[in-house]
Write a protein that binds this ligand. Structure first.
Ligand code: 5RP
Length: 220
């Protein structure tokens, strides 16, 4: 089974968490693209979606799924999104696709975060994947120096501008033993919009595509 087939299996498995007549929070990435394909098959049964990126918005609109502005929505029962890494406590690193800030906002509103991954994303300790940090452009060098003080090696993601007009620093060589603490520490640096640690708001349900089928984990 290929990695993409495992992503697809996880994406389609998320469909059963979608409530009829609801507005669904939708993340970003190749795994979510499979979920969007699945969601399109029940577009007549949902009210629509709130999107975490321009890319997901375009894909949903092309498939005829109505996309709403988050400010016009007061309830999201589920948010479905992928991750770059996830540990056994359901803490994640996200932002490989540079959509971390909008993802964190939509996830904060949703009652349940359904994380969909293939089995290569499961780790014991977060940090092998470089941690994305969204930064206001004029603060880039200052923030990079502060990230070095926290023990990381930040690298500017050249040529990438986020949907919010900001830049991304990818922080290498962090062995993240306390994700909640590091999430707060990085967010306190002036000029940081947010970072890709999703620990304060981790996943509630994890669907992992594996060669033996989709495995389901639930937060304790
Ligand atoms: O956080 C994300 C985008 O900002 C994605 O969820 C993450 O990068 C995983 O992507 P993929 O499903 O393509 O492996």
């Amino acid at each position: 089974m290929t990695q993409d087939e495992m992503k697809k299996a996880a994406g389609w498995a998320a469909l059963k968490y979608v409530e009829r007549d609801s507005i669904v929070g939708v993340g970003t990435g190749s795994t979510v693209n499979h979920f969007i394909d699945a969601l399109a098959t029940m577009k007549a049964d949902i009210e629509g979606a709130v999107s975490s990126s321009e890319a997901s918005t375009q894909k949903m609109k092309a498939l005829g799924i109505p996309v709403y502005d988050l400010n016009s929505v007061d309830r999201l029962s589920v948010y479905v999104d992928g991750a770059d890494e996830i540990n056994g406590h359901m803490d994640m690193i996200k932002g490989g696709g540079a959509a971390l800030t909008r993802e964190k906002i939509v996830a904060a509103v949703a009652e349940k975060f359904i994380c969909i991954v293939d089995n290569t994303k499961q780790v014991d300790i977060l940090g092998e994947f470089p941690l994305p940090v969204e930064v206001i452009p004029m603060a880039r060098s200052y923030v990079a120096r502060q990230l070095v003080k926290l023990g990381g090696d930040p690298v500017y993601r050249e040529g990438v501008v986020t949907d919010n007009g900001n830049v991304i620093l990818d922080v290498y060589n962090l062995k993240i033993l306390n994700p909640k603490e590091l999430e707060s520490q990085i967010n306190e640096i002036v000029g940081v919009v947010t970072n890709g640690l999703f620990a304060k708001r981790g996943a509630d349900v994890l669907l992992v595509g594996t060669p033996d089928g989709v495995k389901t984990f639930t937060a304790k």
